[in-house]
Design a binder for this molecule. Structure first.
Ligand SMILES: Cc1cc2nc3c(=O)[nH]c(=O)nc-3n(C[C@H](O)[C@H](O)[C@H](O)COP(=O)(O)OP(=O)(O)OC[C@H]3O[C@@H](n4cnc5c(N)ncnc54)[C@H](O)[C@@H]3O)c2cc1C
Length: 375
């Protein structure tokens, strides 16, 4: 059995960056897929949304003290400088989001360059880890022995590109608590009462969604299976059960003057025609001049400002960008990323119970944890 000082499992965002930092050691990087960084390749619509101009603990679900500590150690500015120094200058798009100029391959190229010369074995799906005096890592192809083990295998979303629950299995085996995992940054499915939205597939509009104490502004997209788009994906991070409320007219106010209009509802309201037609049908109100609405009809129409309903569920791990929940962070030393349960065992990235919003926050997290690693 080959012996190493350190084995890193997972050649994704955090695993590649962490391995690069320790490339001078007797280190092995194990990857289950035939190629490294498959998730990075498809991220951000193929351009990889690396980070965001504005990053704070408020953009994350997780223990604020733990998250803040790690993000402060390697900020978005540090990350941008890190890539710029290596010849990649991310560009701002969609307001505050940083993307690769051309494609995610540019970022993958930089990360792979960092691990040049390191033993990288692909097609090695880790199935088990045991420990006596050293860790024994068992893959579908063999066994490897190591003094230190870094688990950087991410979450369970997008299983078709190799995602697995191995981080949680290893963590549990060594005594860690796993906070309930669930798909997040994912579209939501509808109950029967909201099926009027189904034929609207393809329509996108700006909304404000309220769930619990969170108010999320952004675009919403009607999809074949339910509702999606940035505002809904972010909602899915905070929503677990119960109702959400959507303001379909965030820049419009229903006042007295509005109900004196001689024009038809669909002409006055700044909404896509197909949308307003389907909505009016669902509340059984005809598309007529606003001044002709009864008080009851006015009330029904004003639901557009606070349309409240309970989503049936979500599109699941096959469509989710991330896994919320994960390894409890109070059992990880934030100064080193080492397990407080098992000497020499480290966890990075998405596998931890920290999840970012849409907008580059999850790569920022993965890279920040890789920089915090102290072997
Ligand atoms: C479609 C999509 C788009 C996304 N877009 C963005 C975006 O633009 N911006 C953003 O910030 N975040 C985005 N994300 C989320 C982001 O990709 C992840 O949060 C991030 O990659 C997590 O980094 P990580 O290092 O923890 O894990 P990953 O990058 O997922 O890397 C884990 C690696 O471990 C390997 N692995 C898993 N199981 C095993 C095993 N048993 N044995 C061996 N190897 C294994 C995997 O194959 C993978 O290579 C997106 C996610 C998806 C699915």
């Amino acid at each position: 059995m080959k012996r190493y000082d350190t084995i890193v499992i997972g050649a994704g965002a955090s695993g590649l960056m962490a391995t690069g930092r320790y490339r001078d050691r007797n280190i092995l990087l194990l990857e289950g897929n035939d190629k490294p960084a498959e998730k990075i390749k498809i991220s951000g619509g193929g351009k990889c949304n690396i980070t965001n101009q504005k990053v704070s603990v408020q953009n994350y679900l997780g223990d604020p003290a733990f998250v803040g500590n790690i993000l402060e150690g390697f900020t978005q500015h540090d990350l941008l400088r890190w890539f710029q120094k290596r010849g990649l200058a991310p560009v701002l798009r969609k307001g505050t989001q940083y993307f690769c100029p051309k494609s995610a391959d540019e970022l993958i190229g930089v990360l792979l360059h960092e691990v040049k010369g390191v033993s990288l074995l692909t097609g090695q799906r880790v199935v088990d880890v045991t420990k006596e005096d050293r860790f024994i890592v068992t893959t579908n192809r063999g066994k490897f022995s190591t003094e230190k083990l870094v688990v950087a295998t991410g979450g369970m979303s997008f299983p078709k590109i190799g995602a697995s629950a191995i981080a949680f299995q290893i963590a549990e085996k060594f005594g860690h608590t796993i906070r309930t995992t669930r798909p997040a940054l994912v579209g939501l499915t509808l109950q029967k009462e909201q099926f009027w939205m189904k034929p609207l597939s393809g329509i996108s509009l700006p909304v404000v969604v309220e769930t619990g104490t969170k108010k999320i502004a952004g675009d919403m997209l009607f999809a074949h299976r339910g509702i999606s788009g940035p505002a809904i994906l972010n909602t899915s991070l905070y929503w677990q059960k119960g109702q959400i409320t959507i303001d379909f007219l965030p820049r419009f106010r229903f006042d007295k003057k509005c109900f004196m209009h001689k024009k038809q509802i669909s002409t006055v309201l700044p909404l896509p025609k197909r949308f307003i037609k389907a909505f009016l049908e669902s509340i059984a109100v005809a598309d007529k001049p606003l001044q002709n609405l009864t008080e009851e009809e006015q009330q029904k129409l004003m639901q557009l400002k606070s349309y409240t309903f309970a989503s049936a569920g979500n599109f699941g791990y096959t469509k989710a960008e991330v896994t919320a929940g994960g390894i409890a962070t109070d059992e990880i030393d934030p100064e080193t990323m080492m397990s407080r349960k098992c000497e020499g065992l480290y966890f990075l990235g998405e596998a931890l119970d920290v999840t970012g919003e849409l907008g580059g926050y999850n790569f920022q997290w993965a890279f920040a944890t890789a920089q915090r690693l102290r072997l």
